[in-house]
Design a binder for this molecule. Sequence first.
Ligand SMILES: [Zn+2]
Length: 154
Amino acid sequence: MIITPHLLVGAAIGSKIHNWWAVAILSFASHYILDAIPHPAYQLNFLKTKTFGKGTVADILKLGADFCLGFLFIFLVAEKTASFPYMALGMFMAILPDFLQVFYRFYKNRFLEPFQIVHDYFHFDKTKNFAWQSSVTIFTIFITITSIIAILIK
Ligand SMILES: [Zn+2]
C-alpha cells in the first residue's frame, strides 16, 4: 500500500489516544490491517533488483511524493495541536513495518524475519479476483477519508 493511508491512520490514532504505548502498538498493528485490504500499489525497482541503479531516482521520487503528501497534510492541520506528538509517533509506527520489510529484503537479518512473516501473512493476495479487489479498494478510500475526518474533528 502507498504510504499516505498508513500515515493518516497512524495520525488518526494519535489524534484520539494520548498514551504512548497504546498509540505505538495500535498504529503498528494498523499497518497490517490496511495491508490486508486489497489495494493498488506502485512497483519499486530497488526492491526487485536489490540494487540502487537505474530507476532508483524514480523510486525515491514516488516514495518522497507519497510521504510528503500524507505528512504535509497532517503537519499543516495538526502541527500546533497538543495531539501532534502522539500523531507523529502514530505516523512513524504505522509505516515502520514497510521499513522493516525493506531492510529484511536487503539484509535478510534473522531478527527481522518474524516481522516479514507477519507482513506476508497479512498482506492481501494479489492473485485474487480483480473485481472483488476493486470493490474493496473503495473501502480503503473510505478508511482514508474517515481518518482525515477523525484528525480534523477535535
Ligand atoms: Zn506493508
